[in-house]
Structures are given as C-alpha cells and as structure tokens.
Design a binder for this molecule. Structure first.
Ligand code: MG
Length: 242
C-alpha cells in the first residue's frame, strides 16, 4: 500500500529512497481537537474590531502567525496594514477569548498513533505555530513520555509562520534529519504548504470543516479523514516508507 504515493513523492523531489526515522506532528487540529476553540476566538475577536471573519475562514488561516492573520484582514477591511499596537491589542483579545474556552480534548486516535510511532523506534517531533508557554506541560500530561523539549519547534523558534517552510526546516535540523527521513502530519492547508515546501512527505488529516480538495490542492501527498484512520494505516505506512 501507498507505493504509488511514495513514487510520486520521490519523483517530485528528485529523491532516490525514503528511510523513515521521524514523524513531525503539527499540534492544533492534529494532536488536540483545539481548532473549534481557535476558530471561535479568532472570529469573535476580529469582529469586535470591525474585521469581519467567519469561523470557517479561521481554518484557512491556521498556521499563520497571529500578526500575519490580523494584517491580511486589516488590508481587506481598512485598505492598510495594521499597526504594531493594533496587532498586539487584537491578538491579546483573541488569546483572552481562547483561554476562556474549555480545554480542548485529545484528538481521537492521536495517542494510539504516537505510541505506535514510538514503539516502532521512530521519533515523534512537534512543529507548531503555537507559543503557549504551558505547551510542554500539556503535551507531557496528555501524552506522557512521548515528546522531548529539544525536539519541539514552536512560535518562539521561528521568524516566519507557515506557509513558509522555516518551521519544518527547523524541525528537520533539530532532529538531524534529511527530508526523506521524515513524514509530516498536518491538518491545515498552510501547514501542508509549509511541509511540502520543506520537501517532506506530507500527510493531511482532514479534522475540520474544509473540503478535502483544499488540502490536496495545497500539495498533500496523502489524505486521511481522521487521526484514527491514519493510526489504523500506520503499519502499512511504516512498511512502505521504512
Ligand atoms: Mg494544525
């Protein structure tokens, strides 16, 4: 299984073979079912400031830096860039709304997949645009013994958010990996773009409301409808990409 997808990937990037050593996981919408909270907080905060944004649109911007998202909406509504002060005030309003949301549950299938990855001797890494300082605590309490701090890329590590490949390139660097030694798991179109631009085989899991076509058009090499479905396919993926 998945031989065709692997061949397409190798041809596209001019690589000879895969040698799977690590899986690079995005966090929101992949390990935690947190995107409904983010979408709610973004759309309500933006609307407070006269920047009209639907919850669905928030999913299209997922992975971008907060400042980047605010600026795109300011350009659209006001015809100019947001000032630094506006960016800070609006982003704080978003963060405040988000922090009042109920804690997001683990994504079904995510923990089981992480254990399978670890048990197969492969390394799980985190590559997230999030910068919550409680992140590692949350990851460790929900997925004990899976992740190591030095193998995490967060918003503190990078200048450019997704869709720039920088976060995934940094993930490769931290893991001492070549692109063909990793697989990325992403739920967001901009995250898929970033991972593909870093030349890594990119699996999209469609855990949100966007149509599959948006993730495939972003360049995903393979798509699953859920983390559970990806988890169920892990043994076949491992056999193909090992
Ligand atoms: Mg995500």
């Amino acid at each position: 299984m998945f031989e065709k997808e692997k061949e397409n990937y190798l041809n596209k990037h001019g690589f000879e073979q895969t040698c799977l050593k690590a899986v690079l996981f995005d966090m929101d919408g992949v390990l935690f079912d947190s995107m409904p909270n983010h979408a709610y907080a973004w759309s309500h905060a933006m609307t407070q400031f006269g920047l009209e944004m639907s919850a669905e649109e928030a999913y299209l911007h997922e992975g971008r830096t907060g400042a980047g998202t605010i600026n795109i909406l300011a350009q659209r509504a006001w015809g100019r860039d947001a000032t630094e002060e506006e960016k800070q005030v609006i982003y704080k309003a978003k963060s405040d709304l988000f922090s009042r949301c109920p804690e997001a549950p683990k994504m079904p299938g995510a923990h089981e997949l992480l254990i399978k990855v670890k048990d197969s001797g492969r390394t799980p890494l985190i590559v997230t645009g999030s910068g919550q300082v409680t992140l590692l605590d949350r990851l460790n309490s929900n997925f004990p013994g899976i992740f190591r701090w030095e193998l995490m890329v967060t918003s503190f590590d990078v200048k450019h958010g997704k869709p720039n490949p920088e976060p995934y390139l940094m993930g490769l660097r931290k893991g001492h990996l070549q692109p063909w030694e990793g697989i990325v798991v992403e739920n967001a179109p901009l995250g898929v773009e970033a991972a593909v631009a870093a030349n890594i085989f990119t699996i999209a899991v469609n855990t949100g409301p966007l149509p599959d076509s948006i993730l495939l058009d972003a360049g995903a090499d393979l798509l699953f409808p859920s983390m559970q479905a990806l988890c169920n396919a892990w043994d076949d993926l491992l056999a193909t990409f090992a």
